[in-house]
Write a protein that binds this ligand. Structure first.
Ligand code: KIV
Ligand code: ZN
Length: 408
């Protein structure tokens, strides 16, 4: 009897060690919830036709996003129709429709999601003092009640119900925790903590998520989601703090488009997680498709991507100063932390300007068939600087002329 007990304890010990080692070594998954077609489309002048939305939704599904927020069905017949059509064509991602905590909104969203393989209903209400007082002229008690009722009502039709506490960034943590607990009790599967006004500091947003992890007693029954706006340029940093503190979903848009200064940029958070394996957090995104989808969204919405935009900007892999060019020509990693191929960019580029050095000039000349000796290079370089001082950029097509003028 004693031997059996000892053996049992030994194997049980091995089992515990195996489980601890396994969870220590394994990465966890962060879900990517794309809201380009809902929050992103709220940019003035960016309204899309259903056919354009369908093209983007298809690309998003192929990219590997976990959830596509397809629209706000009650807002207009066009948006309703887009959600219906996107639901029909989406193969892998969940398709989500936004509602207020209002029965009519929920009914219409449920109907729009009818064809979705994996429907998700996203309902919620403002929870900050500012929203409760000025938007709703209401009280915490009534808002809590409406939140719970909206989730309970949604659950009658759809199993996957996400609740958003609008302006959670400025909502007092204790009240936020209470709302989260009650809506999870009512069946919410995901708790969205939006920094609606883009106000939070990363440390503050991280602490908020940590507070919920530690103070909502049924939090293990739901996924915490980060939804950050970029009013202070902190949306990406805040979302990353969020997942470092226990959130497991990030809401974001392609190119970071969205209301005012925009939303968290999908390509940025995905690449932060990829480039920092020590965080042990993975996404399901095929990063090689990032540039392609960035271009499609930019073209369909008519919003130009700023050249210095991280990951997908035209200059994200372009080097123009002499010191950097010299380093990159010797070894790309001296000035690049991302392999351009990983995000769908063919190669880094060397841009010739008056700040470029001899190494870059020799490299570019060689690329178009001119192998210059040291003496020749000195002569061509003087000619090059004269030309470059008068022009913003020296193109490859300018080089033969410059070489000829150098009379080498
Ligand atoms: O920013 C926000 O609070 C939102 C919610 C509607 C989710 O977009
Ligand atoms: Zn938002």
């Amino acid at each position: 009897m004693v031997i059996i007990r000892d053996k049992f304890l030994l194997y049980f010990g091995y089992f515990i060690i195996f489980i601890s080692l396994y969870s220590f070594l394994m990465n966890e998954s962060v879900k990517i919830f794309d809201t380009t077609l809902r929050d992103g489309e709220q940019v003035p002048g960016c309204k899309l036709e259903t056919s354009e939305k369908l093209k983007i939704a298809e690309k998003l599904d192929f990219l590997g996003v976990d959830v596509i927020e397809a629209g706000f069905p009650v807002s207009s017949p066009g948006d309703y129709n887009s959600v219906v059509e996107i639901s029909k064509i989406t193969k892998n991602a969940s398709v989500c429709g936004l509602t207020r905590a209002v029965k009519k909104d929920i009914d219409i969203a449920v109907s729009a999601l009818h064809y979705a393989k994996r429907p998700r209903l996203h309902t919620g209400i403002g929870t900050s003092e500012s929203h409760i007082k000025h938007k709703f002229n209401s009280s915490r008690e009534k808002i809590l009640n409406r939140a719970v009722e909206a989730v309970k009502y949604s659950k009658k039709f759809i199993d996957d119900v996400e609740f958003y506490a609008e302006d959670a960034g400025r909502t007092e943590n204790e009240f936020l925790a209470l709302i989260c607990e009650k809506v999870i009790e009512a069946g919410a599967t995901v708790i969205n903590i939006p920094d609606t006004t883009g106000y939070c500091l990363p440390i503050e947003y991280g602490k908020k998520i940590n507070y919920l992890v530690n103070n909502v007693k049924n939090i293990d029954k739901a996924t915490i989601s980060c939804h950050c706006h970029n009013d202070l340029g902190l949306a990406t940093a805040n979302s990353i703090e969020g997942v470092m503190n226990g959130a497991r979903q990030i809401e974001c848009t392609i190119n970071g488009i969205g209301e005012r200064a925009g939303n968290t940029s999908l390509e940025e958070v995905v690449m932060v997680l990829k480039q920092h394996p020590e965080l042990k957090l993975d996404t399901n995104i095929n990063t090689k498709l990032l540039l392609d989808i960035s271009k499609i969204v930019s073209e369909s919405m008519g919003v130009v991507v700023q050249p210095n935009k991280a990951i997908v900007g035209a200059n994200a892999f372009a080097h123009s100063s002499g010191i950097h060019q010299d380093g990159v020509i010797k070894k790309r990693e001296t000035y690049e932390i991302i392999n351009p191929n990983d995000v769908g960019v063919d190669e880094s580029s060397i841009v010739l300007t008056a700040r470029s050095g001899r190494a870059a000039l020799a490299y570019k000349a060689k690329n178009i068939g001119f192998e210059l000796s040291k003496i020749q290079l000195d002569k061509v370089y003087s000619q090059f600087l004269e030309f470059a001082d008068k022009n913003k950029e020296v193109k490859d097509t300018d080089l033969p002329n410059i070489i000829q003028l150098a009379k080498i």
